[in-house]
Design a protein around this ligand. Structure first.
Ligand code: SF4
Length: 364
């Protein structure tokens, strides 16, 4: 796949002399650059526009978990919003009233917040990701952000970075001194779902080849099967991608695999109907969960998770496998245990990092 090439870059004057603005100018020589006082919100989506603003809120955020389900205790480095991969199920379609690609030019402030957090909490492990409000690597060929973040984390004692993507844009990761502190992660789905619901993202072959290359470069890996969709003969599709994954990479490089059944805020249903008329995903039967999101009935979720869990555990019983936004009964029925037995989900993920990556506050 090819990286986006916006033809128009609108930059707020506050960040027009930033390092990010300079990198974008170098990487987009034929784009038109416009400097404005303040980028205005727009209701019209235009994939040719890239906005660069000074973000005035918290740049290091907590994962938007809810108290009713186990929370992974993740922190998110908020470097930008939106994504042009345009997956039919993407929650960003409903979340954000700014439809265009937007980056935050105050990268220095973001790193400052991160440094403060690490200094103030030296005795805990920090698991930090970037792919919550956009794809971690979609714009990396233009921004070079990974060339700043990966060495930053390499120099930390008790923090790991997870870069989560549906692209194969790993070019900037080659040759970086990552010091085993970065996890490169891919969202995966069955071939059928990839074609119908995420056609603009990298093919599964491209994603797995990129993962294998990253493992060869010494990066740790993670995979996220989210959203798992229930469709006719889903078992064949999901068994096939799991087998391809387990053939492509050595499971001992995988820090964790997550599973999350399709869930969405109610207002997304109408948006999917309007924007992705051919998609069938909003027409299943759903119930409203404790977090207000629509989700499959419990039995369907348990069936999806147990099916996936069985194949993964057969390949490597020690692999850290977790469920996104599920409660104790679903965990126990699908996987045979709940995170409570391991001190909670956050403690379980910390342990996976300590055991596999040998990173933690007690280590040098
Ligand atoms: S890759 Fe992720 S962020 Fe981008 S459209 Fe798809 S679901 Fe949304």
């Amino acid at each position: 796949m090819h990286a986006p090439k916006p033809s128009r870059v609108i930059i707020e004057s506050d960040v027009s002399n930033s390092e990010l603005a300079a990198t974008l100018r170098a990487n987009l020589p034929s784009a038109r650059f416009e400097i404005v006082d303040r980028v205005q919100d727009s209701t019209r989506r235009d994939p040719n526009i890239l906005e660069v603003v000074r973000f005035r809120g918290r740049l290091l955020k907590s994962c938007p978990g809810t108290q009713n389900y186990y929370c992974c205790g993740y922190r998110i480095l908020h470097f930008g919003t939106q994504c042009t991969l345009d997956c039919t199920y993407c929650i960003l379609q409903a979340y954000l009233n700014q439809p265009n690609l937007r980056l935050f030019g105050n990268t220095g402030e973001m790193l400052g917040e991160l440094s403060t957090e690490l200094e103030q909490n030296p005795n805990r492990l920090h698991r930090i990701g970037t792919g919550e409000f956009t794809d971690s690597l979609l714009l990396d060929p233009l921004t070079g952000l990974s060339k700043i973040l990966v060495p930053f984390f390499a120099g930390t004692r008790n923090a790991v970075l997870e870069l989560k993507t549906k692209t194969n844009f790993i070019g900037n990761l080659v040759g970086l001194d990552h010091n085993g502190r970065t996890i490169t992660a891919w969202s995966l789905n069955s071939e059928q779902v990839r074609r119908s619901e995420e056609p603009k993202s990298a093919t599964l072959e491209e994603r797995l080849a990129a993962a294998r290359r990253c493992a060869d470069l010494g990066y740790y890996l993670a995979f996220h099967f989210d959203p798992l969709l229930e469709y006719p003969d889903w078992q064949t599709g999901y068994a096939e991608i799991l087998n391809r994954l387990l053939d492509a990479v050595d499971p001992s490089r995988i820090v964790w695999i997550s599973l999350g059944a399709f869930r969405f805020m109610p207002e997304l249903k109408q948006i999917i109907r309007e924007r992705h008329a051919r998609s069938k995903i909003p027409y299943g039967e759903f119930i409203r969960g404790l977090d207000g999101k629509m989700r499959y009935f419990r039995d369907i979720r348990v069936e999806l998770y147990s099916f996936m869990g069985e194949i993964i555990r057969k390949a490597d019983p020690s692999l850290c496998l977790y469920l996104c936004m599920e409660g104790k009964d679903v965990w126990t029925e699908a996987l045979g245990f709940s995170p409570d037995e391991q001190g909670g989900l956050a403690a379980m993920l910390d342990k996976a990092v300590e055991d596999k990556m040998k990173v933690g506050p007690g280590r040098g």
